[in-house]
Design a binder for this molecule. Structure first.
Ligand code: PLP
Ligand code: COI
Length: 378
């Protein structure tokens, strides 16, 4: 069974151009030495869009360079959107996705903000599954590893005047990955930035678009030089309210309340964040999405009422934070170790994502789109 032609009702007609056997690469035998996002599978999905024509030329083809002129608009003004989701290998050898429709829906919200053409969620999900069936050998087996999926839309019209592009390319590439942070599921140290801001009200903070990440690189570089893994951003107006971390949303456990910043338009509405909120509610814990100031965090750290900090994201999964630095002072969180709340979310969430039998009932409660099968064998 190759799985490639098994989709009973392909929604989108996808041309299949397989890499010739001598060009196929070997997936890494072990993921332990593979740096996140540096290896790519054999194939990619591409589709073009043009004014008056819509999406066309859907094709799965060998992974390789894109043909684009230096004047392609995305290279100048960053009119683009991207997503990040993962495929997981379950113990029974099945390959599954986690809430993939949420990613494509968010991609459409980014597309609206960045004036990009929207996608048909079901069509692109179907195309993704076809690509995954073809490259299913690239889903790594080791515990804690996954196949990271990167859908991207870029403006390709050849023009350097600033306007809405009339041509776009959508592509999906696949990258086998281990943990995002070298620490794995161990506490990271985070630096609160009071020097730079990531996103402003009315800007593009809620969109998953390259410019947000380009704007964060200098702060992240400076934080790394000081020994911190990532930056925790404050709001751009008062530099007082917590927003999010470079590649994850942030949660605090204060007096048994699990708090994450409310969505203000300047932070990314994380799918992992949403899942943590849903799981916490389902467990009967007190979970809130509300404004939280850096003063409240520092007070809680000093008087011991703030017991845990953890990040949540697709790449980062659940990432405990062992220390925070603010205005050149470092504050340890609890005893600096992974706390019980972060551990519980990590266990449950990865249990759902990797399809462990015991989690099946929880899985349904976290949303019926939680897992989407694409195994060629089911
Ligand atoms: N915030 C930022 C800036 C991110 O890049 C990510 C990762 O995509 C997240 C939060 C978490 O979002 P999600 O859980 O959908 O991956
Ligand atoms: C994610 O997909 O989880 C990201 O944060 C994107 C990237 C920075 C790895």
């Amino acid at each position: 069974v190759t799985g490639v032609q098994t989709c009973a009702l392909p929604i989108l007609e996808v041309k299949l151009n397989k890499a010739s056997p001598e060009l196929l690469k070997t997936p890494p035998a072990s993921m332990s030495d593979v740096v996140f996002g540096t290896k790519f599978s054999d194939h990619m999905f591409c589709m073009e869009w043009e004014d008056g024509k819509g999406w066309h030329n859907a094709e799965i083809k060998p992974y390789g360079p894109l043909l684009m002129e230096p004047s392609a608009m995305v290279l100048h003004y960053a009119q683009m959107a991207f997503e990040g989701l993962k495929a997981y290998r379950t113990d029974s050898g099945e390959n599954v996705l986690f809430r993939p429709r949420e990613n494509f829906k968010r991609m459409n919200r980014t597309a609206q903000r960045m004036c990009l053409p929207e996608l048909d969620v079901e069509e692109v999900l179907d195309a993704l599954k076809q690509l995954l069936r073809l490259d299913s050998a690239w889903v790594p087996h080791e515990s804690g590893t996954t196949l990271y999926i990167r859908p991207t839309i870029v403006a390709t019209e050849e023009a350097i005047g600033l306007k809405v592009s009339s041509k776009y390319l959508f592509f999906i590439i696949l990258s086998p990955v281990g943990p995002y942070y070298s620490q794995g599921f161990n506490p990271v140290k985070i630096m609160v930035s009071d020097k730079y801001v990531r996103a402003v009200p009315g800007g593009v903070g809620y969109a998953k678009t390259g410019g947000n990440y380009a704007a964060s690189i200098l702060a992240e570089k400076e934080a790394k030089e000081l020994g911190y893994t990532q930056v925790l951003w404050l709001d751009a107006v008062e530099r007082r309210y917590i927003e999010e971390v470079g590649a994850m949303n942030i949660f605090f456990v204060i007096n048994d309340e699990i708090v994450t910043p409310q969505l203000t338009g300047s932070i990314l509405p994380g799918i992992t964040r949403m899942s943590v909120l849903e799981l916490g509610k389902h467990w009967g814990l007190k979970v809130s999405a509300r404004r939280i100031s850096i003063d409240e965090v520092l007070t809680g750290l000093k008087d011991g009422s703030l017991t845990e900090v953890f990040g949540a994201g697709t790449a980062a999964v659940i990432s405990p934070v062992g220390a925070l630095s603010y205005k050149e002072e470092e504050y340890q969180v609890g005893n600096g170790e992974t706390g019980p709340v972060a551990s519980r979310f990590y266990e449950q969430l990865t249990g759902i994502q990797y399809g462990k039998e015991a989690e099946r009932s929880e899985e349904r409660r976290v949303g019926k789109e939680c897992r989407s099968r694409w195994s060629p064998y089911h």
